[in-house]
Design a protein around this ligand. Sequence first.
Ligand code: F6R
Ligand code: MG
Ligand code: MG
Length: 362
Amino acid sequence: MSSRITLSVLKADVGGFVGHGSVHPDMLEKARQTLKQEGKDTLIDFFVTNVGDDINLVLTHREGINSEKIHSLAWKTFLNCTEEAKRLKMYGAGQDLLSDAFSGNIKGMGPGLAEMEFTERTSEPVIVFMADKTEPGAWNLPLYKIFADPFNTIGLVIDPKMHDGFIFEVMDLIEDKLITFSCPRELYDLLVFLGASNRFVVKSIYTNSGEIAAASSTQKLNRMAGRYVGKDDPVLIVRCQNGLPAVGEVLEPFAHPHLVAGWMRGSHYGPIVPVSQKDAVPTRFDGPPRVIAMGFQLADGKLIGPQDLFADVAFDRARQTALKIADYMRGMGPFEPHRLPLDEMEYTTMPQVMGKLKERFK
Ligand code: F6R
Ligand code: MG
Ligand code: MG
């Protein structure tokens, strides 16, 4: 047991209400009850919410990252929510739980996971981002802007504590390998990879003195399952202020909605819309993709909050821009680049159609 605090965010889609749009309140209540009862000896605090059809568990504790106790508690919680989903005949009940038995670590079992361990500062503001109808590569562009772009983050220029830059840890999802880049020195090398957000994703970011600043969920569930099981709607934790980007610098990239892969059938590009939690119900063409930002102050591991940060009216124009982009993209229907390239779609009929027609290709 460590004196340091661990912040673990775990998410899973274990049933949608209605279709793939949201989570039934009884399921969220079941998650809260389970964490309260079963987590009473291990958790310092917890917060449960949803973005679209994904349940998100924000947990604080002193067990460190990759703790079997914490992962099995989250697994149990998702199992109980699945039972509730089955009772209510929710859509796709249990869809993200890929295994029948818990194996000690939740990684690779379906749920998404972002965790970090640190010594709580005198004041510890953190933001937990949660997205639906997209994939982990969705964080690449905002993380680049937050931690490496002086046009976004003025602190990189004028805060002596940030002027040395940050270290990006990037994961190759295909080769399952990690590489680190020290920025600004290796900025251009970093961008070669981050631009290919379908394959290379930011796993974590550190200060030059080795302090953790950000951690994301980086799995590719569809690759694990070997069949369609939805996009891996991702989560991201960012620590803020006092030598780290300010809350406003961390939120700023979302004022310019970027295009991400996901949306309908995990097979389309669309804008990511920053919304308050109550608006995190993607219905138009099962989308467009949503992101929420829950801000907390930690107090000895207690989660003081959340502040629903994208509820700010200052993001209204970003939402309008995103909706305009959504209209424009939808006009292309089944054509690329609204529809994803063949090898990235979650659904395809290509093998069947090709098989049926192959004799007709002369
Ligand atoms: C995308 C998503 C939805 C479903 C779509 C079809 O991540 O969850 O767009 O892909 O509603 O769902 P099924 O195949 O379950 O009918
Ligand atoms: Mg779903
Ligand atoms: Mg989802």
